[in-house]
Design a protein around this ligand. Structure first.
Ligand code: CO
Length: 435
């Protein structure tokens, strides 16, 4: 880890490498909070949620809080709840329910593309598998195989002469199934392998969610080690920043919440995604455990603000024409406020003003992103969460290149800048009075 020029970049690399799937990320986030900062882990279905610093984990999602339970809390509650939301999932290749397949003497696993992956980036990598397995005793086993296991080989250029003129064309059904053995496919072999991974018998395996992952660890590169190359920067980078910021707070700072939602890359409409009622339900349970009734809770929500944190597009040096010319985003120049008048991002001037104050309090620069008018704009959990919660929201993120590639990049210096600005977001001094 010493290769990284600052401890926050090293910490992010460690978090990413330990989190090949959203289920690992939520689990690691829970562990990070409970080991380093004495957060109490609650079962998602048991009340009251009365610890001042706590968290709940459901599948690949996590909600964590720092919220006083005594009367001192009342003045801090006047500023409303400060939230930071990020997503825990990333595009990848997922194993199908009946994956055992193959051709011409080679065993393969059937995969389905999860989210908007740049599928070319999954070719010719040393891939492994990670995920979770549902067992007959009602338990869920999380596993991560740490050796290279699979490969999606690209077709040789001699057999694909059109590639030079027309570019690489990949069919998601036929061209992405990884190789994982020699011989004829055997039905049930994958289930046997999974059982061995989690140390049970094949008949105990009821179902699974399993993803492919690159085996290479995150690394630092560049003439002066300026850059971080890693899988899943979108959006484990923001998740890490949110967790580090929450660790830096005390309950007396006011109610502060971190939510990591699974399923952003596939539309957020799931039980624990950003379009679910889950966050609102947990917030109300937290309020009830502090003696705040429903009317008081709803009033509190109106005073609250969500920082929706997701990665931003740095200007690509080889494609500057793909960016709005007056809104170039630099790597290593601090957090980015994402603006879109058609609400692909939830930012408006009120939310942006609050985040600018947090950046000023943290002493970090801030950049403004605006998408080209002739390109369709991406989105985040921001608009969805704003609508679900009825809470003012601002979309921000750190600059990166290669978004949705199996291996992305950002500037190492942006990691501590993110942690500082997110920490200031949670501090009472970083607030302005709500009208
Ligand atoms: Co994202």
């Amino acid at each position: 880890m010493s290769e990284f020029p600052n401890p926050e970049a090293a910490g992010l690399a460690g978090f990413i490498d330990a989190s090949p799937t959203p289920w690992h990320a939520a689990e690691m986030a829970g562990r990070l909070l409970s080991s380093e900062a004495s957060f109490v882990r609650h079962e998602p279905s048991s009340s009251p949620l009365d610890s001042e610093r706590g968290c709940v984990v459901r599948g690949g999602s996590l909600i964590a809080w720092s919220w006083a339970t005594d009367a001192v809390a009342e003045s801090a509650d006047k500023r409303g709840i400060r939230l930071i939301g990020a997503h825990s999932d990333s595009p990848n290749l997922r194993i199908r329910p009946r994956p055992d397949s193959g051709a011409v003497g080679v065993k393969q696993l059937g995969v389905e593309v999860y989210g908007g992956a740049l599928v070319n980036s999954w070719l010719d990598l040393d891939l492994t598998l990670a995920g979770r397995v549902q067992l007959t005793d009602g338990s869920t086993a999380i596993f991560s195989h740490n050796r290279a296991l699979l490969r999606v080989p690209q077709l040789a250029i001699h057999l694909d002469r059109d590639i030079t003129a027309e570019g690489l064309k990949l069919n998601k059904q036929t061209h992405l199934n990884p190789i994982w053995g020699l011989g004829a496919p055997v039905e049930g072999e994958f289930r046997d392998w999974l059982a061995a991974q989690v140390g049970c018998s094949t008949s105990d395996v009821l179902d699974w969610d399993v993803a492919c992952a690159d085996t290479r660890p995150s690394t630092s590169f560049g003439q002066q080690q300026e850059f971080l190359a890693a899988p899943r920067l979108d959006n484990l980078c923001s998740a890490y920043g949110a967790l580090r910021a929450l660790q830096s707070t005390t309950p007396a700072d006011g109610p502060n919440i971190v939510v990591l939602h699974d399923h952003e890359e596939v539309g957020s409409t799931t039980a624990t995604g950003a379009a679910s009622a889950w966050l609102t339900q947990i917030l109300e349970r937290l309020a009830l455990a502090r003696g705040i009734d429903r009317a008081g809770f709803l009033e509190l929500l109106v005073r609250s603000t969500l920082l929706s944190a997701d990665m931003a597009h740095a200007t690509h040096p080889n494609y500057p024409d793909r960016h709005e010319p007056s809104h170039h985003i630099d790597l290593g120049a601090g957090p980015v406020i994402k603006h879109n008048v058609n609400a692909r991002y939830a930012t408006d001037s009120e939310g942006a003003a609050k985040f600018r104050q947090a950046c000023a309090a943290a002493g970090v620069g801030v950049q403004d992103y605006s998408h080209r008018g002739d390109l369709a704009c991406g989105s985040t959990i921001g608009p969805v969460a704003a609508a679900e919660l009825g809470v003012e929201t601002v979309d921000v993120g750190m600059a990166q290149l290669s978004m949705h590639s199996a291996r992305e990049m950002m500037a190492n210096a942006d990691v501590p800048a993110m942690v500082a600005s997110f920490s200031a977001w949670f501090r009472p001094s970083g607030r302005i009075a709500n009208s």
